[in-house]
Design a protein around this ligand. Structure first.
Ligand SMILES: *Cc1c(COP(=O)(O)O)cnc(C)c1O
Length: 499
């Protein structure tokens, strides 16, 4: 059967999964999602214990992307997840902490952050969707990045036929390691440019390019079209559902839990994509009791889940877990749609309040549904460093700042609820990616060391291997050194595309 997709808002258009991926965002501003959620029986989940990651991905992703043939899907999945792209044969391995908890390591991809799981496959889903819809244009991926997304998108789209990718980053807004990762990027279809200004300037510049109709026309004449790699695309969400099943299957296989046992997941959350994938897994039938949403000092989601009132009117805080520094969590819109049984007029109203007032409130009924599944709390920077240090000293296990926020929130959850169900901490980045805070937690002399020296010193003291992509970054040759003014972003794009 062909699963149809609709948007969370007013429009009634129904499209196929490949069309939803190509469109990215609905014309009404809403996000695409499937009209119904496929179900998986507990017996079928039992059979997953004998399947590889890619076989599970074939099964789960295949239930959603129903207009892809088996061969098309296999092409996408096998190109995304293999021994060249992920350093673990399990793709997303589990690390046991004790008999009640484990860490799901999502950072063994090329850029050492969890975004690789989705961005390694998105380029193939996109180009396959284009082919299926007889669209022979070259897709130009424009990205404004504050760090992780840019590099993960570059690695994903590098040398993928019929695509070109241009990444803009704020000149003073990314870490040394993140900058080195991007400016040394390989591939014939990639370009990276620094923009004077902060992240907002860069992002606004990219938004202006996307909405510039004259530019769009020029692109069309040369058989180009814009696309984006950000996390509102369904093609980024659906691959993330797989690792919830993967971790459950690993736990059953290793006899840490019994088939059918309900477990919890604690997810360090920013744009709400990762944890929403967990909600989809739960709706499909994976035995998940609670989804614990961990926030940092930007605790909009904590307040929302605890009170039903979403309010972005507050100071934006720069924290040690920058990938969670977000005041508008776009994917929450999909959850509101699902919890309200697809009430499009309600979602349109809430989102229009968010735009005009910066806030909205949901009904007590919707709030109680939300709270029956989700729990949320936050951890600040001080807690984050202390958690990394404690975890390293007590369990000899090194975690990054985002994972530390999740672990601290999990501790708070257990202390308030006494729920001792098995818990999986979702780990979203290698500790080497956010070296400053990790160095502060485990190195006595961290202040005397520059970034690359910190990586080496952390490796020396902990014995944890530095990921290939980060090792020797300072010795790689810099391919991209342009620094431009914001007003020159359009010219830069045109030069790149020979327009
Ligand atoms: C993007 C990111 C997150 C947040 O994930 P969402 O899906 O946006 O909630 C958390 N940690 C790291 C390291 C990330 O890169």
């Amino acid at each position: 059967m062909n699963l149809k997709y609709t948007t969370t808002r007013a429009g009634n258009d129904q499209v196929t999964s490949s069309q939803a991926i190509l469109k990215g965002l609905g014309k009404d501003g809403g996000l695409y999602l499937p009209l119904s959620i496929p179900k998986v029986s507990i017996e079928e989940i039992g059979t997953f214990t004998n399947l590889t990651y890619n076989e599970k991905a074939m099964s789960i992703i295949g239930m959603f992307l129903t207009d892809f043939t088996e061969a098309e899907l296999r092409h996408c999945i096998d190109n995304a997840y293999n021994e060249k792209t992920f350093t673990s044969p399990l793709i997303t391995p589990l690390h046991m902490l004790d008999e009640n908890s484990a860490v799901l390591e999502l950072y063994h991809g090329p850029t050492s952050a969890f975004k690789d799981v989705a961005l390694q496959i998105l380029p193939y889903l996109l180009t396959t969707s284009a082919k299926m819809n007889d669209d022979d244009r070259t897709y130009v991926i424009l990205v404004a990045t504050s760090g992780d997304t840019g590099k993960a998108a570059l690695e994903g789209f590098k040398d993928v036929p019929n695509t070109k990718i241009l990444v803009f980053y704020p000149n003073d807004g990314v870490s040394m390691v993140q900058k080195l990762q991007m400016v040394t990027q390989l591939g014939d279809n990639v370009k990276v440019v620094a923009v004077e200004g902060n992240f907002d300037d860069t992002q606004n510049g990219v938004k202006e390019l996307f909405s510039n109709t004259l530019l769009g026309k020029e692109l069309n004449e040369k058989n180009y079209t814009f696309s984006s790699a950000n996390s509102i695309n369904w093609g980024r969400l659906v691959p993330q559902i797989v690792y919830y099943f993967e971790s459950y299957a690993q736990l059953v296989k290793n006899k840490n839990i019994k088939l059918g046992d309900e477990i919890n997941f604690t997810v360090p959350t920013g744009n709400f994509g990762n944890i929403l994938a967990g909600y989809y897994a739960r709706e499909m039938g994976l035995p998940i009791k609670r989804l614990i949403c961990a926030a940092n000092a930007n605790d909009v989601l904590k307040d929302f889940i605890n009170t039903g009132s979403y309010d972005r009117n507050r100071d934006f805080v720069k924290t040690l877990s920058p990938s969670m520094d977000i005041l508008i969590s776009s994917n929450l819109e999909r959850l509101l749609y699902l919890l309200s049984d697809g009430d499009k007029s309600l979602i349109s109203e809430l989102m229009s309040n968010l735009k005009s007032e910066g806030s909205y409130r949901v009904s007590p009924e919707l709030l109680s549904k939300l709270q029956s599944i989700f729990y949320s709390d936050s951890a600040d920077d001080k807690d984050t460093i202390k958690t990394i240090k404690d975890m390293y000293e007590s369990k000899n296990y090194l975690i990054d700042t985002h994972t530390a926020v999740a672990y601290r929130v999990y501790e708070k959850y257990v202390a308030t609820t006494n729920d001792t169900s098995f818990n999986v901490i979702v780990s979203t980045a290698s500790p080497y990616k956010f070296n400053g805070a990790v160095a502060e937690a485990v190195l006595p002399n961290y202040k005397d060391l520059d970034d690359m020296a910190q990586l080496k010193a952390i490796n020396k003291i902990t014995g944890v291997a530095i990921p290939d992509g980060l090792n020797g970054l300072d010795g790689k040759s810099v391919r991209f050194s342009d620094v431009i003014m914001k007003d020159d972003m359009e010219v830069t794009l045109k030069q790149y595309l020979n327009l």
